[in-house]
Design a protein around this ligand. Structure first.
Ligand code: GLC
Length: 708
C-alpha cells in the first residue's frame, strides 16, 4: 500500500480508538520479561508490538491481538543484526564491522535480503538493524555492531542493507522493516562508555553523526531507534530538537521512532531527569518517540498524565498515527503474519551468501612473503582458542549471546559452520599437508593453559597459524574495555612460538581492533577476520592458502595502545606535535588499509569541472585482484576546522595481472560541504586537495588540487 493511502486509513482507525487503546498501541512488550502469560495479557490490552518472540509463540500473540475490539495486529521486532541470529537454524553472516571490511554495498544488501527472508519465515516483521553509530572509540563494547569509524562508508553500507531488508514494497512477504539505530552519536560516548554522556556540539552532530542517518532516511528506512545516551546532558529520548525537529522537519523522516530498551524508565532511575514514570512518559512521547520499548509503566504513566492534563492527546495521536501508517503500508491488517519462504533456512543460496560475504571481508594486513602458504609446506600447526571457537567467530547477537545471555555459554552450536582450524584442516587434507591443532591458552584465563603443547606442535611444523582475539564476555552491550591488550597469555604464547623460528601468520578473530602488539609487529603475516560468521574459517583458510585473493580493507583504525585512542583517520589538524610522545604517530593499522596477492598503482588523477574524477589504476601484481579505489578530500582553508582527510567516494575494480583501467567516479558538490558555525551546510569557495588511492595513509595516495 502506498504511504498516502496508508496515512488516510490510519487516520480513520485512529478516530475509532479509545485513549486506552491508543496508549497501548505505543507499547512494545518483551516476551523474555514475564513470559507467555504476561505477553498474552498485553496482547489482549492491545499492545502495539512485541520483541524477542519467535515462531508459534508470536503466532499465538497475533491471534490474541486480532481478537481485540478493533483487531489491530501487532508488529514483531527482533535483533537480526548479522543474520537472524537468535534463531539456531539461521544463516549467520559476518558482523557489520566485518562486512564493512568488504567495502561492498552489494554484500550488505544481500546480507539484508537473505536475513529478511529468514526473519519473515519466522512470521516476524521487523529488525532492529542496521546500527549506524560510528566506532571512533574502540573501548566501546558495541564496535562490532557498527560499520566502522567513517560516516560516508557507514552511510553507503547502511543504505544498502536497508534496501536488502525492505525491498521495494513494505508489504512484500519476504522483506521486513529496517530500523536505523541508535539515533544518534551513541558510539561517541565519553571514554567509550556504553550509553553514557556524549560531549558533542550540534555542529559536530550534523557534521559527523547525522550523515549516515540521512542516507538511511533517503533509503526509505521505515523506523529509527533512539539512542540510550545523552548529548551535552540531554538524553536523546527526551531531546525533541534532535528527535523531531532535525529528524522529521529537516531529514523528512516519515516512519516511526522507537525508544531503546526501557529508555523511558531510564529517565527516572538512571538519568534522573524525570521524577516519576508519568513525567518520563510525557517527556519521551513529547520528544518524538512513537513506540516505547519494554517500559510497561508507560501505560498508566501516560494515562494519568492525560487525565491530569499534563499532556495533550494530540501527542499520543501523532505517535499512534506514525505506527498505524506503517502497519497499513505493510498491509499488516490483511497479512498479520509474514510468510517468508518456508524451508529457506539453510538453503544453498543463503549459505553461499554468507560464505561470499566472509570471503570478501578477509583483510590481509601484513605479509612478508609467507603467504600464500603452499609449496614446500609439509606440516602446519594451528594454535589458539579462537582458531576453533565458533562463539568467538560469530561475535555478538546470536543464539549464543541473546536473548537471555547464558553465562555458561553452554548452548549447543548448530552446523553448518567452519572454524579456522576446520578450514585449514580441510585444505591440508586436500593438499596432503599434515595439520595439527593446540589451543595453547584461553583468551580469558581459566587455568587450563597448555603452552607447552602448542610449542611442541609448532616446533614440529613448517609454519604456524596463530589465532588471537577476544571472546563473548569481553564485548557487547554493557561490556566496554579500558584495556584493549590481548588478554590471558596470548602475547606470551606468541613469543614462545616466535622463538621456534618458524614463520607465523597471526589471525585476528575478534569483535574489534585490539592492541595486537608483537603478535602483529613480529608476525610474518597478519590476517584480520573480526567476527566472520558461519564460514569465517573457510574464508580465512582459503585466503591463507591463496585459494582466494584477499580484498578486504579496514573500516576502522587499530590503536597501538588503549591510551592512544581515538586514532580514527579523519583527525583534525592542530595537535602540538601531532602525537603522544610515547607512541608512534600513526595507528598500528589505518582506515582503508588492506593488501592481497596483487599490488596496485595509481596515476593520472584528474577532476573535471563537472566533478567527474578519473584515475588510472594498474595491477602490478602477478594475479588478478580487486582494488577498492578510495577518494578523499581536504579543505585547504575553511571557516571551521576540517579533518586532514575525509572519505567522499569509493568504488571497486577487478584487474588481471598487469592490467590497468581508467576508473571514473562522479562526485557531487555536496561532497565538499562543511557545517559552518551557524550549523549551515555550505561549500566554501577555495582550494581542496583531492586524493585517490589504496588507503587513508598519505603514502598510499596521489593527489591534485582543485578549486570550488
Ligand atoms: C538493546 C540494544 C538495542 C536492541 C534492543 C532490543 O538494549 O541497545 O540495540 O535492538 O535493546 O534488543
Amino acid at each position: 500500500m502506498k504511504r498516502q493511502l496508508a496515512v488516510e486509513k490510519a487516520k480513520e482507525l485512529l478516530e475509532k480508538m479509545t485513549t486506552e487503546e491508543k496508549v497501548a498501541q505505543m507499547i512494545q512488550v518483551t516476551y523474555t520479561d514475564g513470559g507467555r502469560e504476561e505477553a498474552l495479557k498485553w496482547a489482549k490490552m492491545g499492545a502495539g508490538s512485541f520483541l524477542h518472540v519467535l515462531g508459534d509463540d508470536a503466532r499465538e500473540l497475533q491471534r490474541e491481538a486480532m481478537k481485540t475490539r478493533l483487531g489491530i495486529p501487532v508488529i514483531f521486532g527482533i535483533d537480526c543484526i548479522h543474520g537472524h541470529g537468535l534463531n539456531t537454524s539461521a544463516t549467520i553472516f559476518p558482523s557489520q564491522l566485518t562486512c564493512a571490511c568488504s567495502w561492498n554495498p552489494e554484500v550488505a544488501r544481500v546480507m539484508g535480503e537473505v536475513s529478511a527472508r529468514e526473519v519473515a519465515t519466522d512470521g516476524l516483521h521487523w529488525t532492529f538493524s542496521p546500527v549506524l553509530c560510528l566506532a571512533r572509540d574502540t573501548r566501546w563494547g558495541r564496535v562490532n555492531e557498527t560499520f566502522g569509524e567513517d560516516p560516508y562508508l557507514a552511510g553507503e553500507l547502511g543504505a544498502a542493507i536497508i534496501k536488502g531488508y525492505q525491498g521495494d514494497d513494505l508489504s512484500d512477504d519476504e522483506h521486513i522493516l529496517a530500523c536505523a539505530k541508535h539515533y544518534l552519536a551513541y558510539g561517541e560516548a565519553t571514554g567509550g562508555r556504553d550509553a553514557y554522556d556524549t560531549e558533542v556540539t550540534e555542529r559536530k552532530v550534523r557534521e559527523v553523526f547525522l550523515p549516515p542517518f540521512q542516507k538511511a532516511v533517503e533509503a526509505g528506512c521505515a523506523t529509527i531507534m533512539t539512542a540510550y545516551g545523552f548529548t551535552d546532558g540531554t538524553p536523546l529520548t527526551a531531546d525533541r530538537h534532535i528527535m523531531h525537529d532535525i529528524l522529521r522537519d529537516e531529514l523528512n523522516f516519515d516512519g516511526f521512532v522507537i525508544t531503546d530498551w526501557d529508555n523511558t524508565q531510564s529517565l527516572v532511575w538512571l538519568q534522573h531527569i524525570a521524577a516519576d514514570i508519568s513525567e518520563a512518559s510525557v517527556m519521551a512521547a513529547s520528544a518524538g518517540n512513537d513506540m516505547i520499548m519494554t517500559t510497561k509503566g508507560f501505560y498508566e504513566g501516560m494515562l494519568n498524565a492525560l487525565k491530569e492534563g499534563k499532556v495533550d492527546i494530540s501527542v499520543v495521536d501523532e505517535a499512534v498515527l506514525h505506527i498505524l501508517t506503517i502497519k497499513y503500508e505493510m498491509e499488516l491488517f490483511d497479512k498479520p503474519e509474514k510468510k517468508g519462504e518456508p524451508g529457506c533456512f539453510g538453503k544453498e543460496e543463503h549459505l553461499d551468501a554468507a560464505r561470499d560475504a566472509a570471503r570478501k571481508s578477509v583483510t590481509l594486513l601484513r605479509n612478508n612473503g609467507m603467504l600464500p602458504l603452499g609449496n614446500g609446506i609439509k606440516k602446519i600447526a594451528v594454535i589458539g582458542e579462537n582458531a576453533d571457537n565458533v562463539r568467538a567467530q560469530y561475535g555478538d547477537w546470536t543464539y549464543f549471546t541473546h536473548p537471555v545471555p547464558d553465562p555458561t555459554n553452554s548452548r549447543p552450536a548448530h552446523r553448518p559452520y567452519v572454524t579456522l582450524w576446520e578450514g585449514v584442516k580441510e585444505i591440508c587434507d586436500q593438499e596432503g599437508i599434515e595439520a595439527s591443532y593446540a589451543k595453547g591458552c584461553a583468551v580469558i584465563p581459566k587455568g587450563e593453559d597448555d603452552l607447552e603443547e602448542a610449542v611442541r606442535i609448532a616446533k614440529d611444523a613448517d609454519a604456524i597459524i596463530y589465532a588471537v582475539g577476544d571472546v563473548i564476555p569481553q564485548f557487547g552491550e554493557f561490556s566496554d574495555r579500558a584495556d584493549l591488550n590481548l588478554s590471558g597469555k596470548q602475547y606470551e604464547l606468541f613469543e614462545l612460538l616466535k622463538a621456534t623460528g618458524k614463520p607465523i601468520c597471526t589471525v585476528l578473530i575478534s569483535s574489534k581492533p585490539l592492541c595486537m602488539g608483537i603478535t602483529a609487529e613480529q608476525a610474518d603475516a597478519v590476517v584480520c577476520g573480526f567476527n566472520g560468521g558461519m564460514f569465517a574459517g573457510q574464508a580465512l583458510a582459503e585466503a591463507i592458502f591463496g585459494k582466494i585473493n584477499p580484498s578486504g580493507r579496514l573500516p576502522i583504525s587499530f590503536p597501538h595502545h588503549s591510551g592512544q585512542i581515538p586514532v580514527y583517520y579523519n583527525q583534525m589538524p592542530g595537535w602540538h606535535g601531532g602525537k603522544y610522545n610515547d607512541m608512534p604517530k600513526t595507528p598500528l593499522f589505518a582506515f582503508g588499509e588492506g593488501m592481497g596477492y596483487s599490488a596496485f598503482e595509481y596515476e593520472n588523477l584528474t577532476c573535471g569541472s563537472d566533478l567527474q574524477v578519473s584515475v588510472t589504476v594498474k595491477n602490478v601484481g602477478k594475479v588478478e585482484g580487486t582494488e577498492t579505489v578510495q577518494i578523499y578530500q581536504n579543505d585547504c582553508v575553511s571557516s571551521v576546522l576540517t579533518p586532514v582527510r575525509r572519505l567522499i567516494a569509493f568504488t571497486q575494480v577487478t584487474l588481471g595481472a598487469g592490467e590497468s583501467k581508467e576508473v571514473q567516479i562522479q562526485l557531487k558538490k555536496d561532497d565538499f560541504a562543511l557545517i559552518n558555525k551557524k550549523c549551515e551546510k555550505v561549500v566554501e569557495p577555495g582550494e581542496f586537495i583531492l586524493y585517490a588511492g589504496h588507503s587513508s595513509k598519505e603514502e598510499d595516495l596521489i593527489s591534485i588540487t582543485i578549486k570550488m
